[in-house]
Write a protein that binds this ligand. Structure first.
Ligand SMILES: NC(=O)c1ccc[n+]([C@@H]2O[C@H](COP(=O)([O-])OP(=O)(O)OC[C@H]3O[C@@H](n4cnc5c(N)ncnc54)[C@H](OP(=O)(O)O)[C@@H]3O)[C@@H](O)[C@H]2O)c1
Length: 309
C-alpha cells in the first residue's frame, strides 16, 4: 500500500510516497481503508521535528492524524464494527493517516455521519474533538455562559463556534475581515476583526476564553475573563501567577482521541446542528502543497487529502 512517510525532519520535501506493507490489526484494533485524511497544523510541526511526541527514534514515520474510510479488518476483541462499515477517527500518534490503510484502536473510531461524504467526514475528528474537549472538558462551558473563541474561522474554531452555540452559550469570536460573514453564518453572536479592533475594547467579560492563537492574543485575554472564569489554550500554558491574582483558572491541553465524543459530534452533524467546512482538497501526492496551503493561505475550515475514490 502507499503511505506518505518521513525519514528525517525538515520541509515539505522530506515527505515521500512509498510502498509499505499493509498492517494487521491486533486484538483491540481495526484496519481502516482510508478514503480521505485531513491536514492539521500539527502535521507540519511533526514533519519539522517540532512536536515532542515524534522523535528520531520514531522515524520513518507516517504523518496525518485523522481519517475517514471503511473497516477492512478487525481484531479478535472488536465487536463494535463490521467489515465495510463507514467510519472516521482521530488517531493516536502511533499511527499516521496519510496512507491507504491505517490501524486505529477501536475506541478511537466512530460511525461516519450519514450526511457527509468521505472528504467532509475526514475534516471532523481532530478539529471537532479538540473543540469539544477545550470548550467542555477543560473549559467547563455550559448553557447561558459567555465564551470568546480566538481564531473562529479555522479548523478547530469553526467547530468550536457551532458546538458552543448548540450548548446554549453566547459566543464571540476573533477573525480577520474576510471571515466576518462566514462566522456570523455559523452562529457567532459577536464577531471581532482582529486586524482592525482590539477585542478587549469591545467585549464585556466572559466566562471562558478559548485560545487557538497563543502569543500576545493569549496575554491580552486575561483582561476579558471574569473572576471565576477560565482561559484555556491549545498552544501555550497561560501564566499561572497572573491567573491566581485574577482568580481565574488557566490551562493548556493536548486533545486526545475519543470515539464516544466523535460519535456525539457525528450526531450533531446529522441533526444539522454542526456544519463542516472544507476549504480545499488535494491528492495524496500533493500533500506538500496541502500543508503549505494550510500554513500560508487564508483558509476557512479544513484542508483534506483525497486518498481513494
Ligand atoms: N493542543 C492540541 O491538541 C491542538 C489540537 C488542534 C490544534 N491545535 C493548535 O491550535 C491552533 C489552531 O488550530 P486550527 O487547526 O484551527 O488552525 P487553522 O485551521 O490554521 O486556523 C487558524 C485560524 O486562526 C486565524 N488567525 C490567525 N491569527 C489570528 C489572530 N491573531 N486572531 C484571531 N484569529 C487569527 C487564521 O485566520 P487568518 O487566515 O485570517 O490568519 C485561521 O482562521 C494551531 O496552532 C494548532 O496547532 C492544538
Amino acid at each position: 500500500m502507499q503511505a506518505v512517510r518521513i525519514h528525517r525532519f525538515g520541509g515539505p520535501e522530506v515527505m515521500t510516497i512509498e510502498e509499505i506493507d499493509r498492517p494487521i490489526p491486533s486484538a483491540n484494533e481495526v484496519l481502516i481503508k482510508v478514503l480521505a485524511a485531513s491536514v492539521n497544523p500539527v502535521d507540519a510541526k511533526m514533519r519539522e521535528g517540532k512536536y515532542p511526541v515524534v522523535t528520531e527514534k520514531d522515524l520513518p514515520y507516517v504523518l496525518g492524524r485523522d481519517v475517514s474510510g471503511q473497516i477492512a479488518a478487525a481484531g479478535d476483541n472488536v465487536s463494535s464494527f463490521l467489515i465495510g462499515d463507514d467510519v472516521f477517527a482521530f488517531l493516536s500518534p502511533d499511527h499516521g493517516g496519510y496512507e491507504e490503510f491505517v490501524l486505529a484502536r477501536a475506541d478511537e473510531v466512530a460511525t461516519m455521519p450519514k450526511s457527509l461524504d468521505a472528504v467532509g467526514a475526514a475534516a471532523v475528528p481532530l478539529a471537532g474533538i479538540t473543540a469539544w474537549q477545550g470548550l467542555f472538558d477543560h473549559g467547563g462551558l455550559r448553557s447561558g455562559k459567555r465564551v470568546l473563541i480566538h481564531g473562529g474561522a479555522g479548523g478547530v474554531g469553526h467547530f468550536a463556534i457551532q458546538l458552543a452555540k448548540d450548548k446554549g452559550a453566547w459566543v464571540a469570536t476573533t477573525v480577520s475581515t474576510a471571515d466576518r460573514e462566514f462566522v456570523s453564518d455559523l452562529g457567532a453572536d459577536l464577531v471581532i476583526d482582529y486586524k482592525s479592533e482590539k477585542f478587549e475594547d469591545v467585549i464585556e467579560p466572559v466566562d471562558l476564553v478559548f485560545d487557538l492563537i497563543g502569543g500576545e492574543t493569549q496575554d491580552r485575554s486575561f483582561d476579558v475573563v471574569k473572576p471565576g472564569g477560565a482561559l484555556i489554550s491549545t498552544l501555550k500554558e497561560p501564566d499561572k501567577a497572573r491567573a491566581a491574582e485574577l482568580s481565574i483558572r488557566v490551562g493548556r491541553y493536548t486533545a486526545q482521541p475519543n470515539g464516544s465524543q466523535l460519535q456525539e459530534i457525528a450526531e450533531l452533524i446529522d441533526q444539522g446542528k454542526v456544519k463542516v467546512v472544507v476549504a480545499g482538497t488535494f491528492k495524496l501526492s500533493e500533500v506538500g502543497q496541502a500543508q503549505t496551503a494550510l500554513k500560508e493561505n487564508h483558509i476557512r475550515g479544513k484542508v483534506v487529502l483525497k486518498v481513494a475514490d
